[in-house]
Design a protein around this ligand. Structure first.
Ligand SMILES: [Mg+2]
Ligand SMILES: [Zn+2]
Length: 431
């Protein structure tokens, strides 16, 4: 189906206090097994039997441990560079192949559905697809700027001063390379993967991002190493693989995540509700996904544009990101059923299937992320949100700190429980 190249040659200086510089970073044990063994198990389980591992001069412990791979149910070969060629140079050692290559860094703990990732890559047909996800520190990360169909339009480096709002979407260090990319790389040469292999494709409209909430974390610092150990022990790493049923906490936006007030028609009008970031961070650290579901009829009414709505949502991501929190996905309905207002956009004045309380947005997310709705929650500050959850088959929470107005249409929509704000709701859901 495909082959893999693991870059296990990086220096492990940041983990020196754990490795005492004796073992290469990918051989650091998590839950009693080297990180690299977790990777090899995942690859063989997903049907990849042909694995090349690039090692540095101090990395001989790796072939000593894995041998030719037969004990692990696969075939492992090793790439030894006479002089270090950087993170991407090993691509030049790969034999020609008609198959795609999964390229990943050896210090990552991950559990992802590779077949889903591959299906996305083949459907887009680019030279490269990067596994991408939000993280808890977008302000000091390189972030990806996406266009239509998740085409990567640009990379905003962490050292570049940010003058506008930016997305929370970062490279996880896992990629699928097309056979064409590998063959055009040519002979082994010095190459930094992100700078010399990926970045040139971005300008050529050949690189896509596969955005997924599955678990991929580098264990490269002492803090992260401890977190990853905890996540393995609690089962979170395995549970987030999208081939397994997921559970989600669906979040309304206005009055739930941000302060209820005027219609938010520009980023300047959006402020986080007290405790909201803390609540979202708690969801991020749990086995639930955090997914925003919001009606934004302001677009149909012509009071804001899709571009401005995008900036509003980037501001929301930035405010959450400053506090270490992120949402896994965001769905909005730009429609509005009643027409006849000045300045409106006629094409959006329709009876759609996404406007809450219709369950369209939740059902779309459920399909994309393989979500079990009966074990999921919808949290919002109106009974219209409650009815949305009921219509989708989730449990529901009604918040009393947001929109105080009563819509008689949904008077009879009863939540599973009532809470003051999002933080109280999430604490109760997570028990
Ligand atoms: Mg609301
Ligand atoms: Zn809609």
């Amino acid at each position: 189906m495909m082959r893999a190249l693991i870059q296990a040659g990086g220096a492990g200086t940041r983990l020196a206090s754990i490795t005492r510089n004796i073992i290469p970073k990918p051989m650091v044990r998590i839950g009693g097994k080297p990180i690299l063994e977790h990777q090899v198990s995942l690859l063989t389980r997903e049907g990849i039997r042909d694995i090349a591992i690039s090692i540095s001069k101090s990395g001989e412990a790796i072939p000593d441990y894995f041998g030719d791979g037969s004990k692990f149910g696969c075939r492992i070969s090793y790439i030894r560079e006479d002089e270090p060629l950087g993170s991407g140079g090993a691509i030049g050692f790969l034999p020609p192949s008609e198959e795609e290559t999964l390229f990943l860094f050896g210090d990552l703990m991950l559990d992802i559905s590779i077949s889903r990732f591959l299906a996305f890559h083949l459907e887009r047909g680019g030279m490269l697809t990067a596994f991408a996800h939000p993280n808890g520190h977008p302000y000091d990360s390189d972030v990806l700027l996406l266009g239509k169909s998740s085409l990567i339009k640009g990379i905003l480096g962490k050292k570049v001063e940010r003058t506008d709002f930016y997305p929370n979407l970062t490279n996880a260090g896992v990629y699928i390379l097309s056979p064409k990319l590998v063959s055009s790389f040519g002979k082994p040469r010095k190459a930094d993967f992100e700078k010399d292999v990926m970045a040139p494709l971005v300008g050529e409209r050949q690189a896509y991002a596969y955005c997924s909430p599955e678990y991929v974390k580098d264990a490269g610092t002492v803090d992260r190493f401890e977190q990853v150990n905890e996540d393995l022990a609690s089962g979170i790493i395995a549970s987030k693989n999208l081939s397994k049923k997921q559970k989600a906490i669906f979040l309304d936006r206005d009055g739930t995540l941000n302060v209820f007030g005027d219609f938010v028609t520009s980023p300047e009008k959006l402020f986080l509700a007290p405790g909201a970031a803390e609540a979202v961070k708690m969801i991020n650290e749990s086995s639930y996904l955090a997914i925003v579901i919001t009606n934004q009829p302001v677009v149909a009414r012509g009071e804001t544009s899709f571009e401005e709505l995008d900036r509003i949502h980037m501001k929301l991501a930035d405010l959450l990101g400053e506090k270490g929190a992120y949402v896994d996905a965001l769905y909005f309905c730009p429609h509005h059923p009643k027409s006849g207002f000045p300045g409106e956009r006629k094409e959006l004045k329709i009876e759609c299937s996404c406007r809450k309380p219709k369950p369209g947005m939740i059902l779309e997310a459920a399909k994309r992320f393989n979500i079990d709705l009966a074990s999921s929650w919808m949290v919002g500050d109106t009974r219209q949100d409650v009815q949305t959850g009921i219509n989708a088959g989730t449990k529901t929470v009604l918040l009393t700190s947001g929109d105080q107005r009563n819509n008689p249409l949904y008077e009879k929509s009863e939540p599973t429980f009532v809470a003051y704000d999002l933080l109280e709701a999430v604490k109760k859901i997570l028990g």
